[in-house]
Ligand binder design. Structure first.
Ligand SMILES: Nc1ncnc2c1ncn2[C@@H]1O[C@H](COP(=O)(O)OP(=O)(O)OP(=O)(O)O)[C@@H](O)[C@H]1O
Ligand SMILES: O=C(O)[C@H](O)CO
Length: 385
């Protein structure tokens, strides 16, 4: 082939997400760079580690130059956890809900589908306001919770009471006992803050495509728990609609309302957030467009390239933007679960999977770095020399 990417004058842009469980996005970029340069010494390579709003979003912002700010907040089960948000000099903060309420914070990995709370996420947002944030990219996904964001709103000053006038207990399950909601005590700084809901998914709050049905099981919800949570969140939306107006009912149907256990809904109703696909928001925040303008060839990727990837995950967003700029895109991944046609439809010419180099999944995870270097070397020989 005679395209520019096959000459040593290529400028390769690596814009890959993390390989969850084995490498951060910045580590992926480092190993790919090392492998490429083994095949093509002196190759020009730049990297924009990416994320889609879910876990890894703060890390990607920090890799792009944001300052990390550590805070102690309430974890999903009430045990304190240390969470980090990222702040830039212009007052833009990246707040990732998984930092406070993500699956990784479940003590000993024990699920709490009915009781896990987003209270700590509200505390993290408050810390960003305290630090002077005037614009917040609110990345959601990878959560342990299905509480519709009630915990988050409570931490920011909302009140959720049962029929006896007592605060309802933490978590999505207890929302079935909700009698009244009062958002008048929400932190007044929120009204002056632009909040973008950077969501990894576009599901509605409830129903067959809703948060409990689709993402409840990955948080340990049984079939019965899913039904309980679905009814509780539908009831919560009704009570909020009585409190703030019928737009709450509309927000429950909006894309992204069902993100991260319905925190999307809580953010739309209580924080006046604007929904955008997480990868699009993050590409803007991370400075992807200027980096793309310098590039002649793009490498993207994530741990598992699968059906979910095509639904707005990082590699799909990167590939769409790169293809729109007329550039070739290839991917690296831990495991590949998409046929060639699906990759091509997403704008990805070829994917290099670590499992092709090492069939034992455990070794693939443990030796991800060196394997990725070998995969990148192969990629470079196929496309860049
Ligand atoms: N080194 C590796 N070798 C083989 N497979 C890997 C490796 N690292 C990660 N994976 C696979 O990728 C999965 C994680 O997928 P991925 O990194 O795409 O995140 P995800 O679960 O889709 O979440 P997100 O939406 O945050 O990207 C792991 O469960 C594992 O199956
Ligand atoms: O946290 C979750 O529920 C999933 O990542 C979808 O947002």
């Amino acid at each position: 082939m005679a395209d520019a990417s096959r000459t040593s004058t290529a400028h390769v842009l690596i814009a890959a997400d993390k390989f969850k469980g084995s490498l951060t996005a910045a580590e992926v970029a480092g190993h790919v760079t090392a492998g490429l340069r083994r095949a093509v010494p002196g190759l020009t390579v730049s990297a924009v580690p990416v994320a889609d709003g879910g876990d890894g979003t703060t890390q990607a912002a920090v890799a792009a130059g944001f300052a990390p700010q550590r805070v102690q907040v309430t974890g999903p089960t009430g045990v304190p956890v240390t969470a980090t948000f990222a702040l830039r000099g212009d007052g833009t903060a990246v707040v990732e809900m998984a930092e406070a309420s993500g699956l990784q914070h479940l003590p000993k990995g024990v699920f709490a589908p009915l009781t896990a709370t987003t209270y700590g996420t509200g505390e993290l947002l408050r810390a960003a306001l305290d630090a002077g944030a005037t614009s917040i990219v609110f990345g959601v996904g990878g959560s342990a919770t299905t509480d519709g964001g009630a915990g988050m709103l409570a931490a920011l000053g909302a009140r959720f009471l049962d029929a006896d006038g007592e605060p309802v207990a933490p978590g999505g399950g207890p929302l079935r006992d909700l009698a009244t909601a009062d958002l008048s005590g929400l932190d007044p700084r929120l009204a002056k803050t632009e909040i973008v809901l950077a969501s990894d998914v576009d599901n509605p709050l409830t129903g067959p495509k809703g948060a409990p049905a689709v993402y409840g099981p990955q948080k340990g919800a049984s079939e019965e728990d899913v039904a309980t949570l679905d009814a509780a969140l539908a009831h919560y939306a009704e009570v909020l609609a009585r409190a703030v107006g019928p737009e709450a009912a509309e927000h429950a149907l909006a894309p992204g309302a069902g993100a991260a256990g319905g925190i999307g809904f809580g953010a739309l109703v209580g924080l006046d957030a604007v929904f955008r696909p997480g990868i699009d928001v993050m590409l803007d925040v991370l400075g992807f467009a200027p980096a793309l303008a310098q590039a002649t060839f793009v490498i993207t990727g994530e741990g598992s390239l699968d059906a979910q990837t095509l639904h707005g995950k990082a590699p799909a967003g990167v590939a769409a933007a790169a293809r729109a700029a007329g550039l070739d895109v290839v991917a690296v991944c831990g495991r590949l679960q998409l046929p060639q046609e699906a990759l091509a439809a997403a704008g990805i010419r070829r994917a290099y999977a670590l499992t092709d180099l090492e069939p034992d999944p455990a070794r693939c995870m443990a030796e991800a770095g060196p394997l990725l270097e070998r995969a990148a070397e192969r990629l470079a020989r196929d496309f860049l020399v």
